[in-house]
Design a protein around this ligand. Structure first.
Ligand code: FES
Length: 161
């Protein structure tokens, strides 16, 4: 006995709805717009609050463990960024040979500072604050000079505390 050839699968007897979300109706255009507006508003609120929070929080003064480097690594007439752990300091070896050190944290909102050899200024990349080698504000929003740190010369080493 031969089996009848049936190339087609049997048709379902009951049609069930497909694509319905579980637990409710599909979101409306208004729901999507409300959600998008909420995301934009939350983002704007965080962006507006961040500078205020940074301004009100204490600015790190660079206090911490000592930072030690060789005087030979701080050429005369330059500023060198030195770090030890999470602490960063700017060591200034001015044209007259004096060595001073400042916190490498901007007194405006706490961003990191760097030495700009071309302009011969200490610069903050966040809001354009600029400082001279003496730590005083040259331009920009910083409200005060850089925090000066204690420098001790121990042999050929510069120790900043
Ligand atoms: S953090 Fe604003 S100028 Fe440095």
């Amino acid at each position: 006995m031969t089996q009848p050839m049936n190339p087609q699968p049997p048709l379902p007897t009951v049609l069930e709805p497909v694509g319905e979300p579980a637990g409710g109706s599909a979101p409306t255009r208004r729901d999507v717009m409300d959600y998008a507006i909420g995301v934009v508003a939350a983002t704007a609120a965080v962006a507006a609050a961040y500078p205020a929070v940074r301004f009100l929080s204490p600015v790190p003064t660079g206090k911490g463990g000592p930072v030690t480097l060789r005087l030979a690594d701080v050429p005369k007439g330059t500023v060198t960024l030195a770090t030890a752990g999470e602490r960063s300091v700017l060591v200034v070896h001015n044209d007259e040979g004096a060595v001073r050190a400042f916190s490498a944290t901007c007194p405006h909102l706490g961003c990191g500072l760097r030495w700009d050899e071309d302009e011969r200024l200490i610069r903050c990349g966040c809001h354009g604050g600029r400082f001279g080698m003496d730590g005083r504000v040259v331009s920009g929003p910083p409200p005060r000079a850089l925090t000066e740190l204690t420098v001790d010369m121990v042999g050929d080493k510069v120790v900043v505390t």
